[in-house]
Design a protein. Structure first.
Length: 367
């Protein structure tokens, strides 16, 4: 039985809360037009700022140079780097590849069907077959087609990272540092060949893979039993390289988002460092609520894929179909529907597929 890394479960839960807050509260407070979710432009936002105070958290974070959804996203990228390398090592390549396919695509397909039907039935807004196919294959960037959900870029970056790891049975510090060189090369190439959709797509992904490399470096330092000084030096260097790569991309390609700000780096890495230190000094604290954090973190994939289309879609129905005026009830309805759908898919698809997969490949289970 694998030992659960409890502090990562806590961090996943924080990431989920921040992303739900950022996408539902942030978008619900400010947006009049929500493409891919709401068919027609609205007369006012779903939960106007004058009717609730929840939006103020992002105002405070904005003054720090960041936003809640970005902190949550970057947190999960760091966690994905840590767990991605951990899951790759000492695995046969065939097992590793099939395992990742079985963990991602059944849930992805199920979520895609659910949110497509939900938006189609409630909004009479049906995605084309082409957009569905390029979304499910994560190739929408190559064909200049808009993905059916605005959050799929996140999944594509993680899958790209997993693909990069395929040739390597053991990942080393020098390999991590070389990946930063590849990242810079792609960003330079993207500046030179701006019309090349292949380079554009993978240069885009490498920005976020840089965050994953910091998590990967942390795992490697732990695996190699580095002393604390060496760990801080290597992970700190990795964080600096990540910042340099992303700022370089901003300068080269004019891509200015809150991903690259000092505020995003400081807040995100401070949250991670806090939980890491707690795990080192007093891990028993993390046992509090561990069953809940484990349960929620296990549902991360369906929650991430469904919270935006189902959450905002249900908020629209609550406001414009059921004529609910209370913004807190409108928001609550969106959160409940998204989480309930995610739970159903987690139980019926994610857990079931994993049980079947582990049974079929029993000799590899637990490695």
């Amino acid at each position: 039985m694998k030992e659960r890394i409890k502090y990562l479960d806590h961090l996943k839960c924080i990431a989920i809360i921040l992303m739900i807050y950022g996408h539902l509260v942030g978008t619900g407070t400010n947006a009049y037009d929500i493409i891919l979710v709401i068919k027609n432009k609205m007369n006012e936002p779903l939960i106007p700022a004058t009717t609730q105070i929840l939006w103020k958290l992002d105002v405070y974070l904005f003054h720090l140079g960041t936003l809640s959804a970005r902190i949550g996203t970057v947190l999960f990228f760091i966690i994905s780097g840590y767990l991605g390398v951990k899951s790759r090592e000492n695995k046969e390549t065939s097992f590793y590849v099939i395992d990742k396919v079985m963990r991602i695509w059944p849930v992805f397909l199920a979520c895609s069907i659910v949110y497509s039907l939900f938006i189609g039935i409630t909004q009479n807004y049906w995605y084309s077959i082409k957009s569905q196919l390029v979304t499910l294959t994560l190739t929408y960037g190559l064909f200049g087609v808009i993905a059916t959900t605005g959050v799929v870029w996140f999944l594509r970056a993680i899958v790209t990272f997993y693909i990069i790891l395929i040739p390597f049975n053991k990942i080393t510090k020098s390999l991590i540092y070389s990946m930063y060189s590849i990242s810079l090369f792609l960003m330079l190439a993207n500046n030179r060949y701006q019309d090349n959709s292949f380079i554009n797509m993978y240069a885009y992904d490498m920005r976020y893979i840089c965050f994953m490399l910091t998590g990967a470096m942390l795992y490697i330092c732990e695996r190699d039993k580095d002393d604390f000084k060496s760990l801080v030096m290597n992970v700190g260097t990795s964080v600096i390289f990540t910042f340099v790569c992303l700022r370089g991309n901003m300068i080269l390609n004019g891509d200015a988002t809150v991903d690259y700000t000092v505020g995003t780096f400081l807040v995100t890495y401070c949250i991670y460092a806090l939980y890491y230190i707690i795990n080192l000094k007093n891990p028993n604290i993390l046992s509090f609520g561990s069953k809940i954090t484990k349960f929620i973190s296990d549902m991360f994939m369906p929650i991430y894929l469904l919270h935006l289309p189902l959450g905002l879609g249900m908020m629209y129905i609550a406001k414009y179909t059921f004529k609910i005026q209370n913004s807190y009830i409108i928001l609550f309805s969106g959160v409940v529907v998204a989480l309930l759908a995610a739970y159903i898919i987690h139980i019926t698809v994610e857990v079931s597929v994993q049980k079947l997969w582990k049974k079929k490949w029993k000799k590899y289970a637990g490695k």
